[in-house]
Design a protein around this ligand. Structure first.
Ligand SMILES: Nc1ncnc2c1ncn2[C@@H]1O[C@H](COP(=O)(O)OP(=O)(O)O)[C@@H](O)[C@H]1O
Ligand SMILES: [Mg+2]
Length: 254
């Protein structure tokens, strides 16, 4: 083996994967409703970023484009350098949709086993046990999803989104429906995902701040600000709550 091949194989053996996210000049409309107008941003492999914006800003549409559920009218979206709808891209992506709905007639355990099998998860039995404990679903493992509370359904949907240890995680308002202790648990879980690029949508500033320092703020289908939260605070008066600064930025461009 020549030195180039040795290098390539060692990189491969360490599980190196391009886990970047790129959105370049994306426009998307639903009939007459313009959802995104020339949206652009990038995340490098391993970066964790909040996609912050008010209701209707285009957050869910952006995530749907990045998982290949929608196609841009203009521009392009790429994950790991790939077309999001390709089979290769699907393997490295984990996605939590808005109002996620696991299989209602299956139990919590059956959902994990079924989705894990479809995802060809190695050591699936062990992974299911870990996720039942991590997301405090053990006492509901035999319960049918149709009978779960909205919060427990959300915990299961989160478990399903990470069951295959994805390199890229796209989460649409992951803390919705969760009580405060569970929110804390999920925040730690998301912060612990190593070697994983995370784009997490939220309309709540404090949620963004707990998950990551990095923020892409969007409004009316376009980026209005990107940066770290400490810089965002500098845009306001001393001791001004960051929520107020964000609200002013969003109304000034409205
Ligand atoms: N399926 C749809 N049909 C028509 N309009 C839609 C549809 N989905 C979203 N929209 C509109 O597109 C815009 C962006 O929506 P969305 O991406 O869901 O925003 P967010 O997730 O930030 O609340 C909103 O004006 C919304 O009403
Ligand atoms: Mg949404």
């Amino acid at each position: 083996m020549d030195s180039q091949a040795v290098l390539a194989s060692s990189v491969y053996n360490k599980g190196f994967t391009d886990a970047s996210i790129e959105v370049n000049g994306v426009a998307k409309s639903y009939g007459p409703v313009v959802a995104l107008k020339g949206l652009s941003f990038q995340l490098t492999s391993g970066e964790k970023c909040a996609l912050l914006g008010p209701n209707g800003a285009g957050k869910s549409t952006t995530l749907k484009l990045l998982v290949g559920l929608l196609k841009p009218d203009q521009g392009e979206a790429k994950v790991g350098g790939l077309d999001p709808s390709s089979a290769e891209a699907r393997k490295i992506i984990g996605y939590l949709p808005e109002d996620a709905s696991p299989y209602r007639t299956l139990s919590v355990r059956e959902n994990l086993e079924y989705v894990g099998a479809l995802r060809e998860v190695e050591n699936l039995e062990e992974r299911v046990e870990t996720l039942l404990d991590t997301l405090t679903l053990r006492e509901y493992e035999r319960a049918k999803v149709g009978r779960l509370s909205r919060g427990n359904t959300q915990k299961l949907a989160l478990a399903l989104s990470i069951i295959h240890s994805p390199n890229i995680l796209l989460l649409d308002e992951p803390l919705n429906y969760l009580d405060i202790p569970t929110q804390e648990n999920v925040i730690s879980l998301l912060n612990e995902q190593k070697n994983c690029t995370e784009l997490v949508s939220t309309h709540i500033m404090s949620v963004a701040g707990r998950l990551t320092d990095h923020v892409i703020m969007i409004s009316r289908g376009a980026v209005v600000w990107t940066g770290v939260i400490s810089d965002l605070k500098k845009l306001g008066a001393e001791n001004e709550p960051v929520e107020k600064i964000v609200a002013r930025m969003l109304t000034s461009i409205a």
